[in-house]
Design a protein around this ligand. Structure first.
Ligand SMILES: *[C@@H]1O[C@H](CO)[C@@H](O)[C@H](O)[C@H]1NC(C)=O
Ligand SMILES: *[C@@H]1O[C@H](CO)[C@@H](O)[C@H](O)[C@H]1NC(C)=O
Length: 180
């Protein structure tokens, strides 16, 4: 009886200890960011690697996540699905960064930017390559903002996306011309 009580007490203490010791990055909502949310950037990435107002999490990730969500109604239904898939894909890419003890703030930025075009093009479901140019592409441009379009990182991303879309477009063209 006493032994059983002792084991229960031990388990309880271990539980309390694990609560105190839990780094946010190990919490389940950080390990699998929920769809249609932007809290990952503040509550997980910034907690694990405080890079401040100019870091990727605050300056870019959280900012654009909220901005895309605010424009949800400007997308077509297909475009909206693409937007939320991409949002989640971008956060998932950053999960391994949370427990990386040696990564620097500039490396986080570099790593995150490198994942953008893949998520825009292949996040499962609709791809940016096949969204409507007149509704969805224009909305993406509005979200990013004209003044941002000429920043080197954004231009670089644009070209990466074009590079990923080209094979898809060529395939479509081929189907269009040679399917009859
Ligand atoms: C968090 O998870 C990582 C890998 O899953 C592990 O190595 C680390 O010890 C955990 N940290 C804490 C405080 O639980
Ligand atoms: C941590 O990040 C650095 C820089 O991106 C990378 O070279 C390294 O492999 C990462 N370490 C782990 C354990 O993922």
């Amino acid at each position: 009886m006493l032994k059983l009580l002792g084991i229960q007490l031990l388990l309880f203490l271990q539980f309390v200890h694990s609560l105190y010791n839990a780094t946010p990055s190990n919490l389940s909502y950080c390990q699998s960011p929920e769809r249609q949310t932007c809290t990952f950037y503040n509550n997980c990435l910034e907690m694990a690697h405080p890079c401040g107002a100019n870091g990727y999490a605050m300056n870019f990730g959280s900012y654009y996540c909220k901005r895309f969500a605010a424009f949800a109604n400007s997308f077509s239904p297909n475009g909206e699905e693409w937007m939320y898939n991409t949002m989640q894909c971008l956060q998932l890419q950053l999960v391994p960064v949370l427990n990386n003890a040696t990564i620097s703030c500039s490396q986080i930025k570099e790593y995150a930017f490198a994942s953008h075009s893949k998520c825009y093009v292949h996040s499962g479901g609709p791809s940016i390559c096949t969204l409507s140019p007149f509704t969805d592409w224009l909305t993406v441009l509005r979200v990013i903002g004209v003044t941002q379009l000429f920043k080197p990182q954004i231009i670089h991303n644009g070209f990466s996306i074009l590079g990923e879309c080209l094979p898809l477009w060529l395939q479509r063209l081929q189907e269009l011309f040679f399917s009859h």
